[in-house]
Design a binder for this molecule. Structure first.
Ligand SMILES: [Zn+2]
Length: 411
């Protein structure tokens, strides 16, 4: 992995180039970017052929260990790594600890290791087992073992422990990676911990940056993936800003959070380069379709306009519509006219409403296609808007769409 900053924006955030070289060649990417969210090694609800129907699919497939770690012996026996095993050999494979959309039980980590959860229940990973799993999977990038089981409620003692443990794990992993033939070309992503303590964040950032890591994953703000809106708390933004100061410019900074386009812009302006695409998946699971308008000024006529006068429907915001709503029974337009995705080109809201109503799996296939298409399009738009120096305008527009009308969106 190689990362270079192309431009630092006056309004915050940076545009960069990320490249990954393997025996198959070099993959060049631009930041800000998102990774492809996966479940059990594939894009949720989609076959490889269906995935190809989506535009601008990220080059990096993010695979969390919870659902796949217990299969590492099979993958080892297969002998060609997780990319081939999951028919994603053309992707950069990035293994992380936890699924951003799944609740994680708290209090299960200790100095001996970290717990992950899959279908078979809890699996405790100590550094040795962790590296055994990574060697079987042979990822292009992998997160170092870390204790991110912290949030705003944690006291100083717990935060100190999280940082210490994570650094100890990192030292063990660096040592084992140096001795591993299989992982010698894999990039190691160090985790930054410290909850809401500026002091511990600073220590974690400085100490991690002093070790041979290729990028940083910032976590430990949200114990158990509680889905709180981190941006509702000014302190989160202060702590994140302070953390960034101590990270070197020439390595990417990542956050694996379930974030709407508006939250992504806010995190990008604070210095995050690489994001998850877990957000569109969470919408899909609820029967929601992403309808945020990224153009300046907004021009599209999303299907939500058909709901005018239905403001009592709290399940719909300006970012998405709830296709379970019975008002879509007779809506014969696509989710988002002009979207260009396979779903919008071929199906009406009425049909999607019917599929959801009858619990047909096709509903989730078609919604995944649309929601991924729109979310991936957002990142292209975010880069373009950054180049045009119009991030504040886009942030304001999205904030208005969310109904926030917040005064504090322009910094
Ligand atoms: Zn669409």
């Amino acid at each position: 992995m190689k990362y270079t900053v192309e431009a630092v924006l006056a309004s915050g955030g940076r545009l960069g180039k990320l490249s990954q070289t393997s025996t198959a060649g070099t993959i060049a990417m631009e930041t800000p970017m998102c990774t492809l969210f996966t479940k059990g090694g594939s894009a949720p609800h989609l076959s490889a052929a269906m995935l190809q129907r989506i535009s601008q699919v990220p080059e990096v497939a993010c695979m969390s260990l919870g659902s796949i770690a217990s299969h590492h012996e099979n993958v080892r026996e297969f002998g060609k790594g997780l990319g081939e095993f999951s028919a994603m050999k053309d992707k950069v494979i990035f293994t992380t600890l936890h699924d951003a959309t799944a609740a994680v039980a708290s209090g299960k980590n200790d100095k001996g290791g970290v717990a992950v959860w899959g279908k078979g229940g809890k699996m405790k990973l100590d550094p040795q087992l962790y590296m055994k799993v990574q060697e079987a999977f042979c990822p292009d990038w992998f997160q170092a073992l870390s204790d991110g089981d912290t949030d705003k409620t944690c006291g100083k003692k717990r935060l100190l422990k999280a940082v210490d443990r994570t650094l100890d794990f990192l030292d063990d992993i660096v040592e084992m990676k140096n001795e591993s033939e299989v992982l010698k070309t894999s990039s190691l992503i160090g985790a930054i911990e410290g909850g809401y303590s500026v002091e511990e964040r600073r220590r974690s950032a400085k100490e991690t940056a002093a070790r041979p890591v290729d990028g940083f994953l910032i976590e430990g703000f949200e114990k158990g993936h509680s889905s709180v809106d981190l941006f509702a708390d000014e302190e989160f933004m202060t702590v994140l800003t302070e953390t960034m100061v101590h990270l070197p410019d020439d390595k990417p900074r990542m956050m694996d959070a379930v974030w709407s386009p508006l939250q992504v812009i806010r995190a990008f302006r604070l210095g995050i380069d690489v994001f998850s695409s877990a957000y569109p998946h969470t919408l899909t699971e609820k029967g929601f379709a992403l309808t945020a308008d990224y153009s300046l000024p907004p021009t599209s006529q999303p299907a939500k306009l058909e709901l005018e006068g239905s403001k009592e429907n709290s399940a719909s915001s300006g970012f998405y519509v709830d296709l379970n709503d019975k008002r879509f029974f007779e809506s014969f337009s696509p989710i988002l006219p002009g979207c260009g995705c396979y779903t919008c080109a071929n199906f009406t809201c009425s049909y999607l409403h019917h599929l959801l109503n009858t619990s047909e799996l096709l509903a989730y296939v078609l919604l995944t296609i649309h929601n991924f298409e729109q979310y991936f399009k957002f990142f292209a738009r975010l880069r373009e808007t950054g180049r045009q120096d119009k991030l504040s305008e886009l942030e304001q527009s999205l904030a208005r769409q969310e109904g926030g009308q917040r005064e504090d969106v322009v910094r």
